[in-house]
Design a protein around this ligand. Sequence first.
Ligand code: ADP
Ligand code: MG
Ligand code: ZN
Length: 580
Amino acid sequence: SSSSKSSGADPVMSKQEMQCYDGTDFPWSREVEQHLNDLFHLSKFRPLQLRAINLTLSGEDLFLVMPTGGGKSLCYQLSAVCSKGFTLVISPLVSLMEDQIMYLRSINLPAVTLNASSSKEQAKTVMAGMTDPKAPFKLIYVTPEKIAKSKLLMSRLEKAYNASLLSRIAVDEVHCCSQWGHDFRPDYKLLGILKRQFPKVPLLGLTATATSSVLKDCEKILCVPRPITLTASFNRINLYYEVRTKHSDNESSINDIASLIKSRYQDQSGIVYVFSQKDAELVSSELQKKGILAYPYHANMNPDDKSQVHRKWTSNKIRVVVATVAFGMGIDKPDVRFVIHHTISKSIENYYQESGRAGRDDCPADCIVYFGFSDIFRISTMVVMENVGQQKLLQMVDYCQNVERCRRSLMAVHFDEVWDDEDCNQMCDTCCHEKDYTTVDITQHARQVVQIVELAASMDEKLTPLKLVEAWMGKGPAKRRKMIQTTMLSRLQAEAVIVRLLLQGYLREDFSFTPYTTYFYMKLGRKASLLKNQTHTLSMKMRTVEAGSAVVSICWPQYYPLLYYMVAYRPPCTIKTFCL
Ligand code: ADP
Ligand code: MG
Ligand code: ZN
């Protein structure tokens, strides 16, 4: 299913006008169809591809928003073949350009690149070809830096433009323009020069993740007023989304991952995303010990090793890549059956992108994320300096802990997509296991937590999230003895309550820097004082059975009335002396 919409308040084109562009009665239609089959060896278009091609061939400026793997490149590659001269493609990564050029040459579509590693000789050929009316190549890939820095390139483009040989400009990963996007590249900021210098050339911006505010920003930066925006649905119907709780010991999640790979994904290929280079090494060696063909991949490996891992994985000689986010752009293996996140992503957009590498062949695939309490603060440390980094992280945390809403619906909100819960079709764990969740009153728990945080503040003591959990559970080291109420909740439940309080503003994170690291502390949030009001209540839905291999016994009120009594209404005599 697909939909289209304009990013502007009033659409540039009506729905009907837009639908005309799905037609096959344009002057170029026969040629388009023929090249699709004979050159690209594809039988039919995916949703919105033909519309995008017809629009750009009609000379319209266009933003095409389509999920990763949706087939955006075809829209400018096929248009390039059907136009005079050449298409200029701006692409953020040299490796990405090289992959594409390799592919294009394999189908006999001449394409070249100009980047920092091009030789003088290559550069010369490319520059000369730009003004050759015979158009020796149909696509020229350049990095945004080249546009910003090479006067020679700009003057060649000018010549080509004047000779009507610059047929189209494609800006791939166009969200890189905006610092509100997840992947800001300063050099993209300078690309406005293209539309100013070459106003008559249609521009095609492509991206997989862009909210309307990011797109608005890109319009301004690229100087394309009111482009038509085509947005394909982000709902990947063949992906099953699941969140599993990660225990504080690292081992059980690795065991869990290993047994999944050995049973459910036997002989299948996938990715395990981890937080750091160290984790990549560690997790992959643990998986290897358990007899799984897993290899690490991270930014600190030398380029040869990286491309070797990539190649071997693509050809199924390696089953699992244990990777940091460095394993990203340009990964286009169709039969990835699972993407497991050993640690949560830093934002929902990132999660969507990373998990979206599963199931590109449209066959069923799983996206599982392990959600651990301490990981929240590990990632906080990393994103604390980013604009809205913290806010985005908390949205990801909300995605993980929220079992009241369909996982897909939470993603749809992010892509400004109208969502109907039926569209999930039981393909996420919350829709699938609705019955395994119960609503629990956590007011008393919240009061206990707030009391501990208040106490720490009154003693001028900094309370890390870990210390808070341990104090609440009665496990803190003896330092100063004070009266607090400890909890009977399991560790995972205690952590879940604290996360909930953080997300809802009863707690907040505070941080301090040292030259080596950033420390996070728990402070009272803006809503904490509401708990002083005896009528204020707070509840949350919780899993009664833990997902994953380890089934944790239920200890929620509905099941154990006596325990509930103990936890919620413990008489004052059971208040323990306790240390923070
Ligand atoms: P992205 O939208 O992420 O840029 P790509 O353009 O790299 O996606 O395409 C992803 C994959 O989808 C490629 O392997 C491409 O060959 C394939 N693809 C694109 N269009 C079609 C189509 N109409 N039918 C089948 N496969 C397609
Ligand atoms: Mg792409
Ligand atoms: Zn769902």
